[in-house]
Ligand binder design. Sequence first.
Ligand code: CAA
Length: 296
Amino acid sequence: MEIKKVGVLGCGLMGSGIAQVAAGAGFETVVREVSDELIQKGFVGIEKSLSKFAEKGSITAEQQKAIRDRLSGTTSFEDLADCDIVIEAIIENLDEKRKTYAELDRICKPEAIFASNTSSISITAMMTATSAERQQRFIGLHFFNPVPLMKLVEVVRTILTDDAVYEQGIEFGKRLGKVPVRAGDRSGFIVNRLLVPYMLDAIRALEEGVGSIVDIDTSMKLGLGYPMGPFTLGDFVGLDTTYYIAEIMFDEFREKRFAPPPLLKRMVLAGLYGRKSGRGFYDYKDPKNPTPMNLV
Ligand code: CAA
């Protein structure tokens, strides 16, 4: 089966980015959200990103229009019925995901591939909400924020994934212009397995007084050439998301290095989620000049 039509579930930060990249790679792409407002919000973000590429000359005005024309939004699952692959990027909640997959399984054609963009929930736990046939056509496709810029996609297989379907997942990643890596269905896959303990350790170092927010960030940027230090990255990813991923990984591995430190928990309880809420490790009152918060 050749992949021609792509379905995306969720038009938030990740879903809209995935839809943009799929339409940009030439696929007819339909995005499903729960309301027209959320579709519009996602499409505004896509338009902004495409305009940045157009301003830089990476795409022409005609290509920008063609990408837009290949994209459509819907609030109905039925509009995904003829998709060859459906990539889910909804809320990181296993029950919600299982409910969604069970419904989609009834609607989508039997040969369609189901993929999840989850960063830490078990692919196996989601796939069992679908029929035995679909379970062999179930993979993880984990993208990175901002999706239009980040080159990596983790392609995840379970113990039941069909070999040919998995290879199709790898090829599809390449057709999206990404570099696919192969990962097994272990919570966090490759990137978060290494990233999460690093970010949590940075918080512990801050709590212990090893260095300030700015000095720890500067050290990792200038000492190792990372594009963002751990606190800037945490605020960018979202501290609620980071906390949630850490909890799931701690639950899976029962290892101290995945346990969220008390400061992270307090920040999430206090609504300091990072950039999206205006405050995290930094205060974004002036978004171009974030100032470090006084947290310890
Ligand atoms: N679409 C198009 N262009 C964009 C864009 C978007 N969504 N976002 C930024 N850009 C462009 C900017 O316009 C800018 O263009 P110019 O160079 O022409 O000015 C360029 O990209 C660089 O952006 P900035 O100057 O704003 O900032 P930067 O140089 O720091 O780059 C960045 C931004 C690419 C995000 C870079 O900081 C980076 O790579 N950071 C690390 C991101 C990262 O680690 N992401 C993974 C997070 S983990 C995850 O997603 C998964 C998980 O499971 C938690």
